[in-house]
Design a protein around this ligand. Sequence first.
Ligand code: DOR
Length: 443
Amino acid sequence: MKKLLFVNGRVVNEGRISELDVLVSHGRIDRLGTGPVPAGTDIVDLDGLHVLPGVIDDQVHFREPGMTHKATIESESLAAICGGVTSYLDMPNNSPPAVDRAALAAKKALASRSSYANFGFYLGATNGNVEELGRAAPSDACGIKVFMGASTGNMLVDDAATLDAIFSVAQLLVVTHCEDSPMIRAAEQLARERYGEDVPMSEHPRIRSAEACLKSSSLAVDLARRHGTRLHVLHLTTARELALFDAGPIAEKRITVEACVHHLWFDETRYGDLGTRIKCNPAIKTAEDRRALIAAVNDDVIDIIATDHAPHTLEEKSRSYFSAPAGLPLVQHMLPMLLDQHRDGIFSLETIVEKTAHNPARLFRIEERGFIREGYVADLAIVDLHATTRVTSEAIRYKCGWSPLESCTLRAAVVMTVLGGEIVVDRGSVTGPPRGRALTFAR
Ligand code: DOR
């Protein structure tokens, strides 16, 4: 493996931006700052580009096994590295679902052969696998995923006694999708009576309502408090739910919360032009909700920003309201989107790095990644704040071939991605075979 010396870059790390050379050797960050250049080192002049820790996306759906017509671990992890995402945590709503340790081992084996980025997998909860959840150790899974609201896949956990038991036995972090399914079913019924099958997309945030989110996230927080469980609530979408969470550093919290990039980007005014392309669960809500989520990121109420990357084919998305599946592909574009928002003064670079790399590493206790520190694995995203990313069908790497941002020009670009000390993406070109590794969790 070559030694690399990145010079003239601006390193964004742990709340600071510093002009530091980065020497990478044997896959690790060997030295930050100046010093002798070891023989045989390749020098990469970054000419003022910013060097960020590679993004750790704590919520993706890469669809394997079982839904490979939408996506594969290989296709989506390649899109991930093109967008500066060097590690991801993948959800269990596969076919068959990943609800026992044997299924997780099979996913891990598959990713070891085909993943371009580093990987971890969630163990899924069901109404019938509490014992298996209790037995799962940190080496088996990054966390336990509980669908407290029904979404893609058939993984709803709606039995009150089971939910109680899951929160009481879990040794791993519990992550939840919070929407109250009975409230949603009642709202769907009303919409059907009013519109038939042809429900306008603009009804989605009223059907998958703020009240349904609040009811379910309140229950999750309540259960976690009662049992002392470590809880991470995924993809928060409403201003009202924010009151359930504390502001402050992630290290001091047992209950944490994530926002997704599409909920920080779109609001309900976009259903008119984007329709089912932005149908997702929980729904994109009002402009006021979006503003409140952005403020909560900056106030350290929201701890992590992720994608919930959830690809479906365009044919599936072109169906009518009830049949079009929920979810959008985002993993290639999250970092340029956040950097574009940085250009508007919405997020600082330090905040972007905190929410997309440091905090996922801290929360999931990912070893030796997520920070630019001497001795850590060299997973880096090198970005240009003066270049642009045009989201075109030719440049999209998702297997499904589309993006909700198509024809947008984002005002920043990922120039290089470094994974385990190798430049794996260089100005849009992927330079080698899959090199992703299993993440390890210190617990
Ligand atoms: O919109 C969504 N799509 N929300 C989820 O919770 C699941 C995801 C998917 O897997 O399609």
